[in-house]
Design a protein around this ligand. Structure first.
Ligand code: PLP
Length: 393
């Protein structure tokens, strides 16, 4: 649908409008000039693994003993594929949040695992009811997949949540995959890596990406740390068979990111907070009660509930649309309306799991001009006059 409209507002993808910092770009330019264009060690360039191990110890509090524990991947999504293939036997159950970034379930299924959804509760700031989480565990459960800060809802698990989850994992002998792609995008509260809690690194595989922290989405660079030698060896084989090594020049860009100034992280976060506030204020002004939801504590998505009254009176599907899908799903119907009539890119909540039905996800990491353009377009669709002083924000 996005390719069917001219000049869309791209609030659909989880991409930032920021450019990669100069530290990354100049390191890549230097790598090209120095002909660093040959095959590399499968697990990653030694200097990059060393820097990552140091970052995991200092910033995440994870007791990584040796850079050997770090494997460099083709973005976080490839890290997840690699871990699932390395860990899961057919029929192993993995408890995954509902709603959730679709590749989480997709990669479990690709490894012939079984996805067991556990709802996140909007009334609890999109966190788990931990008794409910415990009730999802069966003798076949092998892994709890966590994602905090969370895509698509922006929920952040607290230290207390993670301590209780750690206790459950220890009691039930479970592994944890901790997807911390948005570790640096926190507006309220703190980011805690579950692998930093006592005894948890032994049963946790923490997963990271350079995409969000350093605006390197298209460069494709991620990493995991694995203490367990057997799983690490299996993961290394998957890495070799699927990538041989991650693009050499990009790995040198990663070295530039970690060796250089870290100022971009706070700069991006401050600007994202301003964009979050602008977007939430704007939606309230231009769309009234059509959407509702609290600004998220982390990540950069607005996961908004569609007013059921809108769904009852929604416009008839347009020609060329997919009426069977839109008819059956309020979130598809809303997305179709926003894209076709407002050129506003967004993602139906239903795509993130059954609990996402009735919601729409907008990415507010786009630049302010794109956000205000989308809001002006939304105003034309929903017709709520905005307060002049708010419109200027
Ligand atoms: N994990 C989550 C929850 C994400 O939302 C994303 C990207 O959107 C990733 C991991 C992986 O990002 P990438 O493959 O760009 O490194």
């Amino acid at each position: 649908m996005m390719y069917s409209v001219a000049d869309p507002y791209r609030l659909d993808q989880g991409d930032l409008s920021f450019d990669s910092p100069d530290t990354v770009k100049s390191a890549m330019v230097r790598a090209i000039a120095e002909n660093r264009t040959h095959y590399l060690q499968t697990a990653g360039v030694p200097r990059l693994r060393e820097l990552i191990a140091d970052k995991l110890r200092r910033r995440n509090g994870i007791p990584v003993e040796d850079p050997e524990e770090v494997l460099v991947t083709h973005g976080g999504i490839h890290g997840l594929y690699m871990i699932c293939r390395a860990m899961l036997e057919p029929g192993d159950e993995v408890v995954v949040p509902d709603p959730e970034w679709p590749p989480a379930a997709g990669n479990v299924l690709a490894a012939r695992g079984v996805v067991v959804g556990c709802p996140l509760r909007e009334t609890m700031g999109w966190r788990y009811d931990l008794d409910e989480l415990a009730s999802k565990i069966t003798p076949r459960t092998r892994v709890l997949y966590l994602n905090s800060p969370h895509n698509p809802t922006g929920g952040v698990l607290t230290r207390e949540d993670l301590e209780r989850i750690a206790a459950i994992a220890r009691e039930r002998s479970l592994w944890v995959i901790s997807d911390e792609a948005y570790e640096d995008v926190i507006f309220d509260g703190e980011h805690v890596s579950i692998a930093s809690l006592p005894g948890m690194y032994e049963r946790t595989i923490p997963l990271y990406t350079f995409s969000k922290s350093y605006a390197m989405t298209g460069l494709r660079l991620g990493y995991v740390a694995i203490r367990d030698a057997v799983i690490r060896d299996r993961a290394k084989k998957i890495l070799f068979y699927t990538a041989s090594n991650v693009a050499s020049v990009v790995q040198f860009g990663g070295i530039g990111a970690l060796e250089g100034s870290q100022d971009c992280i706070a700069t991006f976060r401050d600007e994202l907070r301003a964009r979050r506030d602008l977007f939430y204020r704007g939606v309230r002004d231009v769309a009234g009660d059509t959407f509702s939801g609290q600004p998220p504590a982390g990540a950069f998505y607005a996961f908004l509930k569609i007013d059921p009254a809108w769904s009852r009176t929604r416009p008839a599907p347009t020609e060329g649309a997919r009426p069977e899908r839109a008819e059956a799903s309020p979130s598809w119907s809303m997305v179709e309306h926003l894209i076709k009539h407002g050129r506003i890119g967004c993602v139906p909540g239903a795509d993130f799991g059954p609990s996402g039905e009735g919601y729409v996800r907008f990415c507010f990491a786009r630049d302010r001009k794109e956000l205000t353009g989308a809001l002006a377009s939304m105003k034309r669709l929903f017709g709520v006059p905005s307060l002049p002083e708010r419109a200027r924000c």
